[in-house]
Design a binder for this molecule. Structure first.
Ligand SMILES: *[C@@H]1O[C@H](CO)[C@@H](O)[C@H](O)[C@H]1NC(C)=O
Ligand SMILES: *[C@@H]1O[C@H](CO)[C@@H](O)[C@H](O)[C@H]1NC(C)=O
Ligand SMILES: *[C@@H]1O[C@H](CO)[C@@H](O)[C@H](O)[C@H]1NC(C)=O
Length: 427
């Protein structure tokens, strides 16, 4: 652009004066080509009591990441810094109207500004030039990826709003040497950031406020500019990913009370649901920082649901145990009933059939009308009793045979016979 205006100037003035100016002439006039190191040596004031007024502007261009676990806030910002170098001035009229030149940023003094919260050096590409105007005002622009610490309160996670500060101040120049002022006020900064903001992922940018503050240390005071960025989390993902599934698991767990079951399937189901919740809790553990002061509400939510499910699991275990114990008692009652039947002819199990074990079982079962035993069990029992009947008959028959053998052939033959008959007996 400078070139175009320069050529225009040449065309307008035509062959009348033929004055040609270059940036080099300006630099020569300023003595910047002779010894460049002079300009970066000290603070650019002619009287040492003058303070250098530094105006800065910080614009939020993107929110790259917010990590609650490590309490890190990573925005991408544009920082504009402006100050006055009292050693530099020229008359644009003498140099064909050149009002500003850009010079390598290494040759001039720059305020030693830094961001207090920044915890890691930035390695994004740097702008190599700074702009100098004819009245000595110097402009300096920088894009930075700021990896900053930010104290985050996750009490209301995932419906939380965070406020992170970026404080800009001078490292060694105290308030008598460098004063820092904001270019734009809070509303302007917010509006401008909204206009340029490119990425808005999980976080929604709400506002940015700027205020000035002083800090003192060792009898010296530094001025700094605090930009407070307020961002709000978009909770939808966490609600879908986390809150709802946990609620669904709780509903599933409650619904499992309706599973009619006496084989431990209900127990297995409940344990599975509890394990699923534990997996979700592990995810939560990755997100939330371990904070001691205030427990996040979501942790309370999880713990309450977990506890409810644990209680229901314990209840199921208890009920299963009681049912098992109950049915065991009844079985043993029936077992002992057989023997006792002979002595005490009680009401329930003392019907006619006593000798055949199986029948007495059957009578006992049918009379007691055991609720827990299904039809399958009854079938099992009756078939079982039929088998024992048959076995009993075989046994009786065998004993008779044995006696006969003993009487007729003596002990040797008997032994032979038992060896032969033991095989089918075992079957
Ligand atoms: C440049 O240096 C010359 C000689 O040392 C001096 O006369 C002149 O004033 C200097 N120019 C500026 C702008 O300081
Ligand atoms: C902020 O600055 C703008 C102009 O840059 C101005 O119009 C507005 O009134 C200012 N707001 C406040 C609160 O000072
Ligand atoms: C910081 O100190 C300067 C110089 O003494 C003073 O003008 C300014 O008001 C102070 N700022 C605050 C926020 O106290």
């Amino acid at each position: 652009m400078m070139h175009i205006s320069f050529f225009l100037l040449v065309i307008i003035t035509g062959g009348v004066s033929c004055k040609v100016c270059s940036y080099q002439d300006v630099l020569d006039y300023l003595n910047m080509t002779v010894d460049t190191s002079v300009f970066k040596l000290t603070r650019p004031v002619l009287d040492h009591t003058h303070t250098t007024a530094v105006k800065t502007d910080l614009i939020l261009y993107a929110i790259l990441s917010v990590v609650e676990k490590t309490q890190t806030f990573v925005p991408f910002v544009w920082v504009t810094v402006q100050w006055k170098d009292e050693r530099i001035s020229w008359d644009p009229a003498q140099f064909c109207g050149i009002t500003e030149i850009s010079v390598p940023k290494g040759i001039l003094w720059r305020p030693d500004l830094f961001i207090y919260e920044m915890v890691e050096k930035d390695d994004s590409p740097q702008n190599p030039y700074i702009l100098v105007t004819h009245d000595g005002t110097v402009y300096f622009d920088e894009d930075m990826r700021v990896i900053s610490t930010c104290k985050m309160d996750v009490h209301k996670f995932p419906f939380d709003t965070q406020e992170c500060s970026l404080s800009i101040g001078s490292a060694i120049h105290c308030v008598k040497e460098i004063r820092i002022f904001p270019f734009s006020n809070s509303s302007r900064a917010t509006q401008f950031s909204r206009e340029v903001m490119k990425t808005q992922g999980e976080w929604e940018f709400l506002k940015m406020s700027v205020e000035s503050s002083n800090i003192s240390l060792y009898d010296r005071r530094w001025e700094l500019l605090v930009y407070k960025v307020t961002i709000k989390r978009r909770p939808l993902l966490h609600v879908i990913n986390f809150l709802l599934p946990i609620l669904f698991f709780l509903i599933l767990d409650l619904a499992s009370f309706f599973i009619a079951d006496h084989r431990g399937e209900k127990l297995g189901f409940k344990v599975t649901v509890l394990l699923a919740i534990s997996v979700l809790l592990l995810i939560l553990n990755d997100i939330l920082p371990s904070m001691s002061n205030r427990t996040p509400l979501i942790a309370t939510y999880c713990i309450v649901i977990f506890a409810l499910m644990l209680l229901s699991l314990l209840e199921t275990i208890l009920v299963t145990y009681l049912i098992d114990k109950d049915s065991e008692d009844e079985l043993s009652l029936c077992d002992s009933g057989e023997e006792k039947n002979k002595q005490m002819k009680t009401k329930d199990c003392s019907t006619g059939i006593k000798k055949q074990n199986g029948c007495s079982y059957k009578v006992c079962e049918s009379e007691k009308k055991h609720e827990l035993l299904t039809v399958d069990d009854e079938v099992n029992y009756s078939s079982h009793s039929r088998d024992t009947n048959a076995l009993q008959l075989i046994l009786d028959e065998q004993k008779k045979l044995q006696n006969m053998m003993h009487r007729h052939f003596g002990p040797r033959a008997e032994r032979y016979y038992t060896m032969q008959s033991s095989a089918p007996k075992r079957r």
